[in-house]
Design a protein around this ligand. Structure first.
Ligand SMILES: [Zn+2]
Length: 181
């Protein structure tokens, strides 16, 4: 797997070879003066609770982590807020609408895809859903889903360490589990 900065062997503006002066991050080109910052990709994940306090985990339908468990969520699009992305991803992946959205925590993650390892910052939220029975695996990215009581979540089957840490934090914070039912 390759870090994103290693993909840039030449200045993306003037084509100057990197070995001749293109610094790693930011990419600084001595030939044309380009200064280009490589930043973490922003991702959102949400702990969805039903009326009984159970948590929805999806089974990932695509790599990385195909067949493992994860939270609904995904990457933020251009010109989109984190909250908008969260609502869009939940609608696209499991067909549900969220309410009472609360920030939980952020975690550092890495996302290996097509030979590149992207640095990611995951933003985790907690939200309630009504009509949880209407959940459907609505995307090819979702092979299935299940509602788990907080103590029953199989953390060893979760795809990303960042998601595991967020679920552990949620399980330890009784205020978050009890509020907003
Ligand atoms: Zn240049």
């Amino acid at each position: 797997m390759t870090e994103p900065s290693a993909l840039f062997r030449h200045c993306p503006r003037c084509g100057e070879p990197r070995s001749a002066g293109l610094q790693a991050n930011p990419l600084v080109c001595r030939a044309c003066g380009l200064v280009y910052y490589l930043n973490p990709t922003v991702s959102v994940g949400v702990i969805l609770r039903d009326a009984a306090g159970r948590v929805l985990l999806i089974c990932r339908g695509k790599p990385p982590g195909r067949g493992k468990l994860a939270l609904p969520g995904g990457f933020i699009d251009f010109d989109e807020t984190v909250e908008q992305a969260l609502r869009r991803e939940v609608r696209e992946e499991v067909g549900l609408a969220v309410r009472r959205l609360r920030f939980l925590c952020s975690e550092v993650n890495q996302y290996a895809y097509c030979g590149v390892t992207y640095p990611v910052v995951d933003l985790f939220f907690v939200a309630a859903v009504s009509r949880s029975e209407r959940a459907v695996a609505a995307s090819a990215e979702v092979a299935g889903f299940r509602w788990y009581a907080p103590g029953e979540i199989p953390l060893g089957a979760v795809a990303f360490p960042s998601v595991r840490r967020a679920l552990e934090r949620y399980a330890c914070d009784g205020r978050l589990r009890c509020r907003g039912r």
